[in-house]
Design a protein. Sequence first.
Length: 72
Amino acid sequence: MILFTLRCARGHQFEGWFRDGDGFEVQQKAGEISCPKCGETKVEKAVMAPRLGKPSRRLALGLGVAEDPGGS
């Protein structure tokens, strides 16, 4: 499954889950995807930043990664 951020022709942004990229394309061409706010079926993928894994608590606190005590 893949999560896409979508945008309708009226500018509303929303998310949608699809089996894969091809699943989105097929449903888009068939007009099966509609904006939950206005019902518009002209929908495209919005530019989105990748979702990366949650940073460790150490990195989130700015503590970094422990250095190798052996100096290698």
